[in-house]
Design a protein around this ligand. Structure first.
Ligand SMILES: Cc1cc2nc3c(=O)[nH]c(=O)nc-3n(C[C@H](O)[C@H](O)[C@H](O)COP(=O)(O)OP(=O)(O)OC[C@H]3O[C@@H](n4cnc5c(N)ncnc54)[C@H](O)[C@@H]3O)c2cc1C
Ligand SMILES: *[C@@H]1O[C@H](CO)[C@@H](O)[C@H](O)[C@H]1NC(C)=O
Ligand SMILES: *[C@@H]1O[C@H](CO)[C@@H](O)[C@H](O)[C@H]1NC(C)=O
Ligand SMILES: *[C@@H]1O[C@H](CO)[C@@H](O)[C@H](O)[C@H]1NC(C)=O
Ligand SMILES: *[C@@H]1O[C@H](CO)[C@@H](O)[C@H](O)[C@H]1NC(C)=O
Ligand SMILES: *[C@@H]1O[C@H](CO)[C@@H](O)[C@H](O)[C@H]1NC(C)=O
Ligand SMILES: *[C@@H]1O[C@H](CO)[C@@H](O)[C@H](O)[C@H]1NC(C)=O
Ligand SMILES: *[C@@H]1O[C@H](CO)[C@@H](O)[C@H](O)[C@H]1NC(C)=O
Ligand SMILES: *[C@@H]1O[C@H](CO)[C@@H](O)[C@H](O)[C@H]1NC(C)=O
Length: 611
């Protein structure tokens, strides 16, 4: 099926003149940044005799077993050596048919992966070592960790993180951080690395009048301080007991304050309350220099600035964070569905452009949620389905806001081709809404997520272009178009707060993903090429001056620095080099990562211009 689309790929290869123009404007900024900071003498001065590549096992620089034992002692015995769970499926002493069947089932569950020391959900980026084979003895051996870490520290207190960070810095060993492993770009795994595993930092503490440390003038806020390992399902339950609501992600197993929060964190209720990152009052973290610090608006405010949207695994290892809480609210929720009932697909895309042009109006009126455009591979039928909510209010108000859509669907232009249905339910509080709507998921291949933040202009100005873009991008590569109606007034209200978050978020109404993915290595390149040259390319033409959400964006997205952080990138880059000149923390497409080159074989070396 995938080969059906090859003609499109050929037309849009990176050499074509349009692509070139776009490349120049986006990467021009990257070049500027590099030149500005490279010319700083301090960086040159330090560059003299540091190693160019991170150490790997079997190299003489790799710490010997005594060094690892000492690390184990310093961390109170919390050091684990990585053994892929799939090993029980491979020929050899570990083979165990029953255990293999069991692990084959478990390793598909997000709940299991999110609590494992090193397994991740989108394993296609780390080579997926030793996949379980469901009982059958595998052909071949399980002798490589590929992108999995070599050692993991099972952290239960900040001093163990400190020991890990200092060890990695001293021995020049790659350091990674794993929380739940939801990462879409492979940032919570890494070849030849030592991993800080945060799952067992599970503390939760509610306060009615929290004040950040050293901030006597701060206004007290109702808040909760959570450990780095907590997941939304648990925090929602705890908050429910206190009659509180927290600005959560839309998923039970995502971590509350790891990559999600540090990258921005959109929520089913951010239309009213802002993004998760807008809720942070304070972080506690271990810096890349191995120091345990508190960061808030009064103390280490540069870290506080960077951690609010600059991305995970870059500015330190966060051990806890304090988030605002609010009194819980009823959630008015409706499911809307519109289907194409004829074969006139042009009518459907035109209809979709109209529906999307209504999103800014709905969003300004407090309507939030998620929308999905998907097709039936057999019948060719196209559908739009949306879960829409308001925080508080009532169903009559929501129905009234949606009435123009129904009215339009019954005009002569659409009534013969578009059918619709609706359903609704009112939840008495946030916890019951969250529990009913968001269920733990299972692994379905490695996601490839070209995306764009769509502002009011992109959604309303040119419906013809909008319809043509959706039509043009639609192909067997695309599983669905995912619309996240998670921007709007609640997010815009924080636009004057200075933080690292991509400023484009403040005018976003729809974080739009053209979702694709791959199951097996052999189709990876063709899927990624389509995602770059067709999907990302066309999404950017729809909204050239916005950006994208760094946690849900294309792997190796073109000009990712500008796309992820906009005008905040130069300051982020400079801060990263200041606090972590030796790249103790590195992750893919993260701030400052252009100074490093990661090879397929797992070698991680400084870029030649940054040596
Ligand atoms: C099913 C699913 C649903 C999702 N839903 C949403 C959603 O509703 N809203 C949304 O905004 N995003 C959502 N995401 C995307 C999510 O924000 C990212 O996957 C995010 O990276 C997850 O962070 P994590 O800490 O849970 O995962 P991990 O994969 O463990 O970590 C992600 C990154 O953060 C780093 N990191 C983790 N913990 C720390 C720490 N304590 N200190 C420093 N660095 C750390 C890791 O090194 C890695 O780089 C979803 C993803 C999935 C797979
Ligand atoms: C670390 O120490 C603990 C407790 O002594 C031990 O069980 C564990 O195997 C050690 N880890 C490694 C990697 O040697
Ligand atoms: C494993 O095999 C069993 C029996 O054939 C099957 O029912 C199950 O769905 C398989 N599980 C996985 C994860 O493939
Ligand atoms: C191993 O190879 C044999 C013979 O080609 C095949 O029947 C079997 O299914 C393979 N096993 C796995 C787990 O792929
Ligand atoms: C991690 O540490 C916790 C707390 O000491 C312990 O309960 C748990 O079993 C450990 N996990 C692993 C995989 O060793
Ligand atoms: C909610 O349900 C009622 C009763 O079925 C219906 O009249 C109303 O239009 C629905 N509203 C929405 C927004 O789905
Ligand atoms: C239907 O949508 C079109 C835009 O596509 C708009 O011009 C028209 O006024 C709408 N009609 C109704 C009845 O809402
Ligand atoms: C539209 O199609 C979807 C998926 O096929 C189906 O679940 C839904 O009920 C349909 N809705 C309408 C209004 O026909
Ligand atoms: C890994 O790849 C890099 C770049 O291609 C190469 O320089 C290096 O020698 C390789 N290392 C190993 C151990 O194969």
């Amino acid at each position: 099926m995938i080969y059906l689309c090859l003609p499109i790929l050929l037309v849009l290869t990176p050499g074509s003149s349009n692509m070139k123009l776009r490349d120049v404007s986006i990467s021009g900024m990257h070049l500027f940044t590099a030149l500005t900071y490279l010319s700083s003498t301090r960086i040159f001065a330090e560059a003299t005799n540091r190693p160019r590549c991170k150490c790997q096992p079997k190299q003489s620089c790799w710490p010997d077993s005594h060094a690892w034992s000492r690390l184990n002692i310093t961390t109170n015995g919390a050091l684990l050596k990585t053994v892929p769970p799939g090993i029980v499926c491979y020929p050899g002493p570990a083979y165990d048919k029953e255990a293999c069947e069991k692990i084959s089932e478990l390793s598909k569950l997000h709940t299991w992966i999110s609590q494992s020391p090193f397994n991740v959900m989108h394993a296609g980026w780390n080579g997926n070592p030793c996949p379980p084979t469901n009982g059958t003895e595998a052909n071949g051996t399980c002798n490589s960790l590929l992108g999995d870490p070599v050692y993991v520290i099972n952290v239960t207190e900040p001093s163990q993180v400190e020991a890990g960070v200092k060890f990695a810095a001293k021995y020049n060993v790659r350091l990674i951080v794993k929380n739940t492993g939801h990462e879409f770009l492979g940032r919570s795994s890494g070849a030849h690395s030592l991993s800080i595993w945060t799952h067992n930092l599970q503390s939760v503490e509610f306060s009615e009048n929290f004040k950040p440390e050293s901030c006597p003038q701060a206004k007290p806020h109702s808040a909760v301080t959570v450990g780095a390992g907590l997941q939304w399902k648990e925090l929602v339950t705890q908050a429910g007991k206190h009659g509180k609501l927290v600005v959560t992600g839309g998923n039970p197993t995502v971590g509350c304050i790891g990559g999600f929060l540090q990258g921005g964190g959109h929520s089913p209720i951010s239309n009213k309350y802002g993004l998760a990152v807008d809720q942070v009052l304070e972080f506690k973290l271990i810096t890349p220099a191995g120091k345990y610090i508190t960061a808030n608006e009064c103390e280490n405010s540069d870290y506080f600035w960077a951690l609010r949207g600059g991305g995970g695994s870059t500015f330190g290892v966060v051990t806890s964070a304090t988030l605002k809480t609010y009194p819980t609210q009823p959630m008015i929720t409706a499911v809307q569905s519109f289907n194409l009932t004829s074969d006139k697909t042009d009518i459907f895309w035109e209809w979709m452009a109209y529906v999307h042009s209504e999103i800014p109006r709905l969003s300004e009126a407090g309507v939030m949620g998620y929308s999905f455009i998907f097709g039936n591979a057999n019948s060719g039928q196209l559908s739009w389905m949306a879960l829409l909510s308001t925080v508080g209010g009532d169903i009559d108000k929501l129905t009234e806001l949606l009435n123009p859509l129904y009215a339009n669907a019954t005009t002569s232009r659409y009534e013969n081709d578009i059918s619709w249905s609706q359903n609704n339910i009112t939840f008495p509080d946030y916890q019951s809404f969250f529990t009913a709507v968001f269920q733990p998921e299972t692994v379905g291949g490695t996601a490839v997520l070209p995306s764009r933040l769509l502002d009011g202009r992109a959604l309303t100005e040119d419906p013809t272009l909008f319809a043509a873009t959706l039509k043009k991008m639609w192909s067997p590569f695309v599983g669905a178009y995912l619309g996240h109606l998670v921007g709007g007034p609640g997010v815009a209200q924080y636009k004057n707060v200075d933080m690292a978050l991509n400023p484009a978020w403040r005018r976003t109404y729809n974080h739009f993903i053209a979702a694709s993915g791959f199951d097996t290595e052999d189709v990876k390149d063709v899927v990624v090429n389509n995602a770059r040259n067709v999907l990302e390319y066309n999404l950017r033409k729809l909204a050239p001056e916005t950006g994208q959400y760094l946690n849900e964006a294309l792997y190796n997205s073109e000009g990712w620095q500008q796309a992820n952080w906009g005008e905040n990138y130069p300051r982020l880059y400079s801060f990263k080099n200041e606090i972590d000149p030796n790249g103790v923390l590195y992750c893919f497409n993260c701030v400052g990562s252009e100074r490093w080159v990661e090879s397929y074989n797992g070698t991680l070396c400084r870029a030649s211009w940054a040596s």
